[in-house]
Design a protein around this ligand. Structure first.
Ligand SMILES: Cc1cc2nc3c(=O)[nH]c(=O)nc-3n(C[C@H](O)[C@H](O)[C@H](O)COP(=O)(O)OP(=O)(O)OC[C@H]3O[C@@H](n4cnc5c(N)ncnc54)[C@H](O)[C@@H]3O)c2cc1C
Length: 476
């Protein structure tokens, strides 16, 4: 039975804004503008931010956690700490599982006290649930090829990469050692490129002197991309530069290739000409194909509308759900109808979600003070992707840069947007240290000795990927 939880201390006269998702879009809606609502003459607003995790995750640096360059806490900021000075904002740790748009209620599950099916009332709702990786109908590949979307995923990947080197060190059989030292990254977008570059650096530099039986520099890193070039959201000239930079790092970009099957210790890859090859590889990382959060479909179904093939809900030019001006949806989970009627799928980037979040806050503020707001317009500030330790490509308002200057731009931009002064300081310190020493301070495998032994014993009996148990984020 559903029970309305009285999580907000709102008096009936106060406007209740519920924001779902404390990622880039949701947090901007709360921090970027709703704070100002409180200051409006006569307009009293209470904001409840709901997220299933108690931290804001800075996804652009998650791949550095997966390769031991940064530790988990450096790319995550506890939501309560971020919002502690906003007295009108409450944080609720819960999973959003449904909507009742008629009653203006959100259904919450997995509350920390074990409650399920509780409801939360709102006057204005902002939904910013983000996206997840799509395995193109092969959800069974998920355990074999973890994705890099969550902190848990990044720690799992870090465990697998580091365990692979450890396994190779004690593996007497040449072929099996080679498969432990072969890493396949699926998807040649910015995340795949960054991830492949980092694994290559790990093998070529950071781990070079740490092992005795293996030469980590012999590791193979294959970057598999179906399109005819990597980084398709960048101009072709930058894609080609990025490809060359990756090759210099020791990555083999396989453009025009697709992964067609995943075995327990191999990956089947088909080339553009149709040739199929089985590559012995224990570690596979998924960085291809993004689909909207299931919250988009749940919201669409509650509103009687549809989602597109990528699961995105279409919102109006003021970022509201059609027929429900009191419900905003934004970020990776939506497409936007422009003022000329065109439906656009803006890129799945943090600045898009952040600009939408700030815009939504402005609309709410204007509505409460009786003012109108112009339709949303996205301001494209450019595109950046880093390739290893000191190279990147950048396309900023038509100006194309690559190499070290692009990398410095990438560095400054990421530090600027990283949430929390302490995190910025820690990350700068770590990066400076790593830059000088080529070291990585967070190379920990989160498995007990017994688990490791079991994994290896199992591999001995029947070849299969190392799948150390997932641990909580703070198990670092
Ligand atoms: C590995 C990686 C690297 C990236 N690198 C870059 C980059 O370099 N530059 C860039 O601009 N963009 C980058 N992106 C994309 C960028 O992170 C996203 O575009 C951005 O996070 C979208 O913001 P959002 O608010 O829509 O969703 P998110 O930031 O993903 O936030 C969604 C929030 O909703 C919460 N949530 C979801 N479902 C529920 C539920 N049912 N109940 C409760 N809470 C829920 C989640 O916990 C999360 O906190 C990267 C993404 C990834 C995965």
């Amino acid at each position: 039975m559903q029970q309305s939880v009285s999580l907000s201390a709102s008096e009936p006269a106060r406007h209740r804004v519920v924001v779902l998702g404390g990622g880039f879009g949701g947090l901007q809606a709360v921090r970027g503008g709703l704070q100002a609502v409180r200051k409006l003459r006569g307009a009293a607003v209470d904001v409840t931010l709901v997220d299933r995790q108690n931290f804001h995750l800075f996804q652009p640096l998650v791949y550095q956690v997966a390769t031991g360059a940064l530790s988990a806490a450096e790319v995550a900021a506890p939501l309560r700490a971020v919002l502690k000075r906003q007295a009108n904002v409450r944080v609720v740790l819960a999973e959003v599982s449904g909507f009742d748009l008629e009653r203006r209620q959100v259904v919450l599950d997995h509350l920390p006290n074990g409650r399920r099916g509780a409801t939360l009332d709102y006057d204005t709702l902002v939904v910013a649930g983000g996206s997840q990786y799509s395995y193109f109908g092969h959800d069974d590949w998920r355990p074999r090829a973890p994705e890099l979307k969550s902190l848990a995923g990044a720690l799992d990947i870090r465990n697998r990469i580091l365990t692979a080197f450890e396994a190779a060190e004690v593996e007497p059989d040449d072929e099996r050692r080679r498969s432990w030292l072969t890493f396949v990254v699926v998807g040649g977008g910015p995340t795949g490129v960054e991830m492949a570059g980092q694994i290559a650096e790990l093998a070529r530099n950071s781990l070079r002197r740490d092992f005795r039986a293996i030469d980590t520099r012999s590791a193979r890193v294959l970057l598999v991309e179906t399109a005819d070039r990597i980084l398709t959201s960048f101009p072709a000239s930058l894609s080609h530069k990025a490809e060359r930079a990756l090759e210099k790092l020791g990555v083999t970009p396989l453009v025009g290739h697709s992964v067609v099957d995943l075995g327990s210790d191999s990956v089947t890859i088909r080339s553009a000409t149709g040739e199929v090859e089985d590559v012995g590889a224990r570690t596979v990382i998924w960085a291809a194909g993004v689909a909207a959060s299931p919250l988009a479909a749940a919201l669409a179904s509650a509103a009687g509308s549809q989602v597109d093939r990528a699961g995105r809900l279409t919102v109006t030019a003021d970022i509201t759900v059609p027929g429900h001006p009191e419900v905003f949806a934004l970020g990776d989970m939506v497409r936007v109808v422009q003022s000329d009627g065109m439906v656009v799928a803006l890129p799945g980037l943090a600045p898009v979600a952040m600009q939408e979040g700030r815009y939504v806050a402005r609309v709410i503020r204007n509505r409460l003070s009786g003012d109108a707001t112009e339709p949303f317009r996205y301001v494209d500030k450019g595109n950046l992707a880093t390739i290893g330790r000191s190279k990147a490509v950048a396309d900023v308002k038509g100006i194309r840069i690559s190499g070290f200057p692009a990398w410095v731009t990438w560095l400054v931009v990421h530090l600027f947007y990283l949430v929390g002064f302490q995190n910025r300081l820690l990350v700068v310190t770590r990066w400076t240290f790593s830059f000088v020493t080529r070291g990585r301070g967070a190379r920990l495998i989160n498995v007990s000795r017994t688990e490791t032994t079991n994994v290896q014993a199992a591999a001995e009996r029947e070849p299969q990927p190392a799948r150390p148990e997932r641990r909580g984020v703070d198990a670092e």
